[in-house]
Design a protein around this ligand. Sequence first.
Ligand code: GLU
Length: 455
Amino acid sequence: MKVKTRFAPSPSGDLHIGGARTALFNFLFAKSQKGNFLVRIENTDDNRNSKESIKSIVDGLDWLKIKFDGEIIYQKDNINKHLEYAKKLISKGCAYKCYHSSLEISNLKEKKKFISKWRDVKDNNNIKKPYTIRLKIPRDEIIVIKDLVQGKVKVNSNELDDCILVRSDGKPTFMLASVVDDILMGITHVIRGDDHLTNTFRQYYLYKFSERKLPNFAHLPLILNERGEKLSKRDNVPSILDFRSDGFLNEAICNYILRLGWSFKNYEIFNLKDSINIFDLRNVGKSPAKIDRAKIKFLNEHYLKNLPKKRIFNLYKSLLKEKKKIMPIEIERNLFKFFDIFLERVCTLNEIVSKTNYFLDFKGISKKYWQSIETKSFILSELNVELKSLESWTIDSIEKTIKMFVKKKNIKFFDIGMPIRLLLTNNESSPSIVIIMLILGKKEVIRRLENVMIC
Ligand code: GLU
């Protein structure tokens, strides 16, 4: 039987690390088994759905290169099928109409565990009150689920309430809709967060009552914050697309997410293609994974240095475009040649943008720097004359000119090195000034040394 998995997010927020990990594990498992990976948007709850959220989910998956098979399935399109299924359960005596109002229920819950008095009422056809449809969970049964991550998990059915399948407004709940859809889609493996484990025990009966084989379940352990606590809004975890705008690479984020709970030997670096071949749910640990921001940066730094230079440079250029920064074509060509130098000691693409800012957006030298080098302006203008006369603009010719100039004037390189750097970059640290001069090109160097602009 062909393996089919699915990622079934509710579109009520952005795609975050937790959801992305569920999607990734479903994708990898399906692909490792030569199966299909599907996406279903669980949008039956109109009050909690947003188009922006669907966009964030779809764009996030696309950015991470988690490709799904076929078209996206929207749960809302199947509402009639969900309701049909609930009706069948009623006719089989496996579900019932419950007429308690929510006030009655909260009063009843105050005293003891809520058990609907309508659970065993058969003749209720003449009642004209709003009702919910509840699952009639058999009493005192031991439910055993053989979970592919958690192992054998058991619960006594007495611990489960008769959950609502259809709300009083006639809308199916997640509990019902998700099982009906999984059956319709032929899902063989349900891989999701372990916060759904109690739902699985209830959903077990939905399969059983329809004489359907239970899919395989794999419940992934929680992801905790850096202090080992449950993630909450206060942790400000970036969305997947925030990582992109913060200058992270999809390869790094995907690699990071993969290692949240899954391991292979003691390897740290995985590309998506290779991980399909080695992914195995048996290598998902049972204990919670912790967010580790330092590791995200470490991985990004790794990929910045190890992916093809052309790719990183193109990403850098698109980021410039996004930030509406314009780089003269000649500088762009020269910068590409020396790009490796600017990848040193940076973790993100955004850091490269700030490190190379003086190639794009040069407003002149700041007042404090100018004051520190003003006394050198005459000697620099003399050097400028020599640079101007250079016919070829190469490392050798520039270096030779500066060396000879220093010798002739009987000064040290240091005496003019920093002033030149400040005039060209308005920055105390930069790669060697000869490299900067080469990247800027002769005309721009002369312009910056000659027409000193103080900002
Ligand atoms: N829609 C559910 C959620 O976003 C997932 C349901 C499932 O995977 O079965 O948590």
